[in-house]
Design a protein around this ligand. Structure first.
Ligand SMILES: *[C@@H]1O[C@H](CO)[C@@H](O)[C@H](O)[C@H]1NC(C)=O
Ligand SMILES: *[C@@H]1O[C@H](CO)[C@@H](O)[C@H](O)[C@H]1NC(C)=O
Ligand SMILES: *[C@@H]1O[C@H](CO)[C@@H](O)[C@H](O)[C@H]1NC(C)=O
Ligand SMILES: *[C@@H]1O[C@H](CO)[C@@H](O)[C@H](O)[C@H]1NC(C)=O
Ligand SMILES: *[C@@H]1O[C@H](CO)[C@@H](O)[C@H](O)[C@H]1NC(C)=O
Length: 480
């Protein structure tokens, strides 16, 4: 009888936001939406703290050392919460007033309302790359923008660990990846994303993200692109999402993450080849798009060679986190070539995202926006915010016989970005390094960091944990 709970009644709330460019009359239960909606999101960042590498040897809370995240408002049982939008996981959850741990302190917490339906026998347990959450599965009335779902399945968390909700102020996470990766069983109900998208006609079953560099310039829309960044979906280059490995029968493909082929990188216009994929059957390395991860993460064999080729870089030793740093004035033009065949395109990243000062600065040295991690097992590369800020991205779910697709539009003008970088950071005195363009011919091996694998766990992480605090986090996780 669970199916009765799945009924979506998408009704419209008072359209108080100017940004609702749809006709409210269309949003009655069972009627497909024709227009799209814009859900306001904000980038939250804490004031810059000094990030000494010795943080490793102290007991400073990882999650409190650096946060910024892209958050949206959701209502659960009539109560307002901020949820982190995470394309690297698939569940919606909020903390409840039963959560009394330090990790979940200082954020609004859910208290039972009359519309709550607890599924007391369905536990909710989810491990992220860093941190975890546990509680019970329930259904409640959930509101996202103009959508109200009367019986939305979600996790009600009485415990979180390693997530440090206080720092960002989010009471939970809204996962936007595929149901295959959801911790909540699909027999309990559809994900919020699928419920919302089911109200749109097939061609509009997508959401689009633009991650901004400041608090206000981000955009998250459903069923329509934001005209501030694009007029039409024809301006995007689309690539089918790679199916989950092991589900290769043509008619029965399953999808786990928003992932597409990455052909190579470029450094100052020169091709930089990548190690062969570790993913079974993949013709080229696979890149997973993940708004919940701060950095770009890739195989150490490639990332080490990459920074050697950039020049003006140094690697901290393992005791100091093992992360790569780059001179804050290094004006490197780096691109990622994504997609397949004729649809492959180069997406350059702003040098500010490589010499990433927000991630921490030590004198002349900035944290690198790309870091090594051999434990990303759902793909070879994880493209987090330092990449995603340079594109406008459409995520379109499967319809009929069409696979899900990712549409990308490059938003960074590299010429302008390099000029602006040099203006801000000063001239770059470091001579170019020889570019080690040829990749090793064997796939990189699963390193000791296999516990970071995001298959089975989800991709939400404040990437600095990976970049700076790997040993700390490993220690933390292996305790579990
Ligand atoms: C960290 O905490 C543990 C347990 O409280 C303590 O034994 C250890 O000395 C602390 N380490 C540092 C560097 O403060
Ligand atoms: C959450 O609730 C469950 C079931 O009542 C209980 O076993 C568990 O200890 C609780 N967790 C926390 C952190 O309070
Ligand atoms: C949308 O189209 C108008 C008219 O052609 C153009 O002026 C505007 O720059 C376009 N906007 C974007 C974001 O491409
Ligand atoms: C990119 O920026 C440069 C320098 O500011 C400018 O001359 C050029 O027209 C821009 N290109 C595009 C496509 O906007
Ligand atoms: C990039 O290439 C240009 C022209 O070939 C060269 O002048 C510049 O030094 C190079 N920059 C880097 C960082 O390699």
């Amino acid at each position: 009888m669970l199916s009765a709970l799945h009924v979506l009644s998408a009704i419209v709330l008072a359209p108080t936001l100017d940004s609702f460019f749809m006709d409210p009359a269309r949003f009655i239960a069972g009627v497909y939406a024709q227009g799209g909606v814009k859900i306001p999101i904000q980038r939250i960042s804490k004031p810059q703290k000094k990030t000494p590498a010795h943080i490793l040897s102290s007991n400073v809370s990882v999650a409190n050392s650096h946060e910024f995240a892209y958050l949206a408002s959701v209502q659960v049982g009539g109560q307002d919460f901020l949820a982190l939008l995470d394309t690297g996981s698939s569940d919606l959850w909020v903390v409840t007033s039963d959560c009394t741990l330090q990790d979940c302190s200082g954020v609004p917490k859910y208290t039972p309302s009359s519309s709550l339906n607890l599924m007391a026998d369905v536990p909710f347990n989810l491990n992220y790359l860093m941190g975890s959450v546990s509680g019970t599965v329930a259904t409640e009335t959930v509101t996202l923008g103009p959508f109200q779902i009367s019986s939305q399945v979600l996790g009600l968390a009485n415990g979180t660990s390693g997530l440090g909700l206080t720092g960002t102020g989010n009471s939970g996470i809204l996962g936007l990846s595929f149901p295959l990766e959801a911790a909540i069983p699909d027999t309990a109900g559809m994900t919020l994303l699928d419920n919302v998208l089911s109200t749109f006609d097939e061609g509009s079953r997508f959401f689009a993200f633009k991650l901004g560099r400041d608090q206000i310039s981000s955009s998250f829309t459903i069923g329509q692109v934001d005209t501030a960044f694009a007029n039409d979906t024809s301006e995007f280059t689309f690539t089918p999402v790679d199916p989950a490995s092991g589900t290769l029968s043509k008619n029965e493909r399953y999808y786990d993450y928003w992932k597409i082929p990455i052909q190579k990188m470029t450094i100052n216009g020169t091709a930089f080849e990548l190690s062969p994929s570790r993913v079974a059957g993949a013709k080229s390395p696979i890149a997973v798009m993940d708004t919940g991860t701060t950095l770009v993460l890739g195989p150490s064999a490639d990332v080490d060679r990459f920074y050697t080729s950039i020049g003006g870089t140094r690697k901290m030793d393992d005791m100091q986190g093992g992360q790569w740093q780059i001179r804050c004035d290094r004006a490197a033009a780096v691109g990622f070539v994504l997609g397949e065949g004729e649809g492959a395109r180069e997406y350059g990243i702003d040098p500010m995202d490589l010499a990433w000062v927000e991630g921490g600065r030590e004198g002349d040295w900035c944290t690198g926006g790309v870091q090594a991690n051999d434990g990303v097992s759902s793909g070879d590369w994880l493209l987090g915010d330092t990449f995603l800020r340079n594109v406008y991205a459409i995520h379109q779910v499967a319809t009929g016989s069409n696979p899900p697709r990712i549409g990308l539009m490059h938003t960074t003008n590299m010429t302008a970005a390099l000029e602006e970088f040099t203006r801000e950071r000063g001239p770059d005195p470091t001579p170019p390094a020889p570019i080690l363009s040829a990749a090793p011919s064997a796939p990189h091996t699963l390193g000791t960091a296999a516990i970071w694998g995001i298959s089975g766990a989800s991709g939400y992480v404040f990437g600095l944990c990976l970049a700076l605090l790997i040993s700390y986090c490993v220690a933390k996780r292996s305790k579990k």
